[in-house]
Design a protein around this ligand. Structure first.
Ligand SMILES: [Zn+2]
Length: 406
């Protein structure tokens, strides 16, 4: 099975700014920029990796080989990075088009909660990016930036809740957001309790009385238990509103940015209270990053709960050669109609491209194996591939059909 020509809908990625590209590893054109800088883009750690770390992952080695093949240059890493830098710098739109066309990326859903000035120190103007991308884009609205702004201001409780819910309605009505996103895993962990309004009110009153310190990104859960209660309450409010608005909620599960993610509280199985809460059954929940490395748990949840879907982003491409066995594990129990391709593409366009390319390769290997063992017919294999790579996401997020060519 060769899936290379199939269209891609990337259901979870981030805006990027070509003029800042390479920011994490030095500006392009900077003489100190080298293979290290490019390799560094493939680490999800917030701390810069040491030289020789990322360059020696199988992932980065393969990205460089695949890029050499696409660009028709020799495989020496220094040459590949030099060629790609010069192409990207001289005509970013053309370079992006080359990558996106190669991977047949038709539609990208962008989580606009990162980058933002509060965290990364800059933001990307979507109109500028849209003008440069050869595909459709849709917006995913992250709830934590609104929560942060509100907790910095600390209005009375009722106003807090009203303004929070309005921020969701505004995103849906004005920006056309097709999903909400939450990174509550970073703040409270996924062991989320269902808090009633009285509990949330009391916790918030305690925060007000204390003259709560400004919440520090990711790091408050250790010492601010009231804030945890308020965040859990607001998360459930967002789920309820998403259910009313008929849009899914993408929830970060599994691995994330070291050193701030507490991996011991990011297993998707910890979501049991949220999943068993009858009031939340009408809200679709997407397990972003497939709960990697706990993908069997995600597969189980998608099998057991009607409202649970699985996104493959960040696992693709970061799991490297693990893409194939992990996709196979996800298809053990999850309905094949509930698994969706995503890249978590960020910072440089190659993350979108390589992820899609590897998704097709790995999925093809999984489907060939399943076919060989009598688990799927050939036509089923093609349906599953079209679904995972594009159609399941298009259906779930009601994304309009992408233009056929450009
Ligand atoms: Zn993301």
């Amino acid at each position: 099975v060769d899936l290379r020509s199939l269209p891609i809908l990337d259901n979870h990625a981030h805006p990027f700014d070509p003029s800042r590209s390479g920011e994490r590893g030095g500006e392009m054109g900077d003489p100190t920029r080298d293979v290290y800088s490019f390799a560094r883009e493939w680490s999800i750690s917030l701390d810069p990796p040491a030289r020789g770390m990322m360059e020696n992952t199988l992932l980065v080695r393969r990205v460089i080989r695949d890029l050499a093949e696409l660009l028709g240059c020799e495989e020496r890493p220094e040459t590949v990075v030099e060629v790609r830098d010069s192409l990207y710098r001289s005509d970013p739109a053309a370079y992006i088009r080359r990558l996106f066309d190669d991977a047949v990326i038709r539609s990208v859903l962008l989580d606009t909660g990162s980058p933002i000035p509060d965290d990364e120190g800059y933001e990307v103007r979507l109109a500028d990016l849209a003008a440069m991308l050869p595909c459709e884009i849709q917006v995913i609205h992250r709830i934590e930036p609104s929560i942060r702004r509100l907790l910095q201001e600390m209005p009375p409780f009722d106003e807090l809740v009203d303004r929070f819910l309005s921020s969701i309605d505004n995103a849906v009505d004005r920006e056309g957001a097709v999903a909400l996103k939450s990174v509550i895993a970073y703040w409270t962990g996924l062991d989320i309790h269902i808090r009633d309004e009285g509990e949330a009110r009391r916790a918030y009153a305690a925060m007000l009385a204390r003259g709560a310190p400004l919440p520090v990104w990711y790091r408050s859960r250790e010492h601010v238990p009231d804030e945890r209660v308020v965040r859990e309450f607001l998360f459930v409010q967002a789920m309820l509103r998403a259910g009313e608005r008929r849009i899914p909620v993408q929830v970060h599960t599994g691995f994330g940015d070291a050193p701030v993610i507490d991996m011991t509280t990011a297993d998707p199985l910890l979501l049991r209270r949220v999943l068993n809460e009858s009031a939340l059954r009408d809200t679709t929940l997407v397990l972003v990053h497939a709960g990697y490395p706990w993908v069997e748990g995600s597969s189980f949840l998608a099998n057991q709960y009607d409202n649970v879907y699985i996104d493959l982003s960040e696992m693709l491409p970061m799991a490297g050669p693990g893409a194939m066995p992990k996709i196979a594990a996800i298809l053990e129990m999850a309905p094949v109609t509930k698994v969706m391709y995503g890249s978590d593409g960020f910072s440089i366009p190659e993350t979108f491209w390589f992820s899609a390319r590897e998704a097709k390769r790995a999925l093809a290997q999984v489907l060939e194996d399943l076919h060989g063992r009598g688990w799927v017919t050939e036509s089923e294999a093609w349906d599953i591939a079209r679904g995972v790579l594009h159609d399941n996401g298009a259906r779930l997020y009601a994304v309009p059909a992408a233009k056929e060519s450009h």
